[in-house]
Design a binder for this molecule. Structure first.
Ligand SMILES: C[S@@+](CC[C@H](N)C(=O)[O-])C[C@H]1O[C@@H](n2cnc3c(N)ncnc32)[C@H](O)[C@@H]1O
Length: 164
């Protein structure tokens, strides 16, 4: 997969649970999602009564602009997955198109929640490594498909500062 930039590409609550091995007790914590982008994690968690604040530089954009950015990314990502499909484990999706459709549905779920979430400060325009929160404001920090995924774009210092 060759990506020229960090792409807006989002996953669901269930995928976050699987990626981070989140237990029911973990879901009750005050969670900070770093680089949640167009994931539906915050929307789904909020609907279930849980507490998540997501930070991402794309939250400076309108919902329509984010949708446009996902649209611009879509064909490049899905076609690269299709071309390299033998290098993926297909136990969750059958093929690249099903994966793409799922990502698109996830973004639509996110967009339905985006305006309300901005008003409630659940989607904040902030960027790693410097975040404007109080110490101990959160009990769990999550970050998927940003740190360690873009080592050509983000330096070692950026990684260390973000984790710190
Ligand atoms: C591939 S998406 C991952 C979205 C989500 N975490 C997921 O796994 O579904 C990467 C996200 O990182 C965001 N991002 C890029 N630079 C960032 C930074 N310095 N701080 C926080 N987020 C950043 C991008 O805008 C993008 O939405």
């Amino acid at each position: 997969m060759k990506l020229n930039e960090i792409i807006p590409w989002g996953r669901t609550l269930e995928e976050y649970q699987l990626m981070f091995n989140l237990s029911p007790a973990n879901l009750e914590l005050k969670i900070l999602g770093c680089g949640d982008g167009p994931a539906s994690f915050n929307a789904e968690m909020t609907a279930l009564g849980h507490s998540v604040i997501s930070v991402d530089p794309i939250y400076q954009l309108s919902g329509e602009q984010i949708k446009q950015r996902v649209q611009n990314t879509y064909e490049s990502v899905v076609s690269q997955v299709r071309q390299n499909s033998d290098r993926y484990v297909w136990n969750r999706f059958q093929n690249a198109d099903e994966l793409g459709q799922s990502r698109w549905a996830t973004m639509e779920r996110f967009l339905l929640d985006y305006e309300a979430g901005k008003v409630e400060s659940r989607y904040q325009y902030q960027s790693l490594p410097n975040l404007e929160f109080d110490d101990h404001q959160f009990e769990l920090g999550l970050c998927s498909h940003l740190l360690f995924s873009y080592s050509e774009h983000l330096s070692l210092d950026f990684h260390l500062d973000s984790i710190t």
